[in-house]
Ligand binder design. Structure first.
Ligand SMILES: NC(=O)c1ccc[n+]([C@@H]2O[C@H](COP(=O)([O-])OP(=O)(O)OC[C@H]3O[C@@H](n4cnc5c(N)ncnc54)[C@H](OP(=O)(O)O)[C@@H]3O)[C@@H](O)[C@H]2O)c1
Length: 164
């Protein structure tokens, strides 16, 4: 079972501001949808709030410290370990996705086996970050470049990396 982090990061490690994404990258969203559909996705409660609804055709698992939080269309758990256990039991796929945000990415560092990294060609002001250091020595599987256009605000590269 792969535990895959999927994240889009600006050049200065920023991933969000005021609990929102900072870019419109239509091609990256399409890739996100293609990769995660029919899989379990694990997110922090703040990232769920930012998205605002369960993502369709996926098992949505939300991590919160709250013992009585209920979210329609999602399973709420109190730890990353519980989220992974549940995701692997209930998904017939051999891959689970960690979709953010900062706190949950940090919790996942030691458990993750794969990284889908979108490097956004911009330096932006934000308040949520993804520190790349733990992944710098991972093995690069593929890298594809995309150009800015009317539906994609910035140039970006999509890297697939695995834990060596
Ligand atoms: N660029 C990208 O690819 C990307 C992807 C996703 C998100 N983001 C951005 O990331 C930002 C959100 O990140 P964030 O770090 O503020 O929030 P987050 O990681 O989405 O969620 C944090 C919440 O998770 C729960 N939590 C954290 N640690 C926990 C633990 N050890 N045990 C149990 N529950 C725990 C808590 O929920 P409770 O408060 O309910 O207890 C906490 O408030 C936003 O700006 C969003 O847009 C960017």
């Amino acid at each position: 079972m792969d535990i895959s982090i999927i994240v889009a990061v600006a050049e200065n490690s920023v991933i969000g501001k005021d609990n929102q994404l900072l870019w419109r990258l239509s091609e990256d969203l399409k890739l996100f949808k293609k990769r995660t559909t029919d899989h379990a996705i694990i997110m922090g409660r703040k990232t769920f709030d930012s998205i605002g609804k369960p993502l369709p055709n996926r098992l949505n698992i939300v991590i919160s410290r709250s013992k009585d939080l209920e979210i329609e269309g999602c399973v709420v758990v109190n730890s990353l370990e519980k989220a992974i256990e549940l995701g692997s039991q209930q998904s017939h796929k051999n891959e689970i996705f960690i979709i953010g945000g900062e706190k949950i990415y940090t919790l996942s560092e030691k458990l993750a086996t794969k990284l889908y990294l979108t490097k956004v060609n911009a330096k932006l002001e934000g308040d949520a970050f993804f520190n790349l250091k733990p992944y710098e020595n991972w093995t690069l599987v593929s890298s594809v470049s995309y150009k800015k256009d009317e539906k994609n605000e910035y140039d970006f590269d999509v890297l697939e990396m695995v834990k060596p």
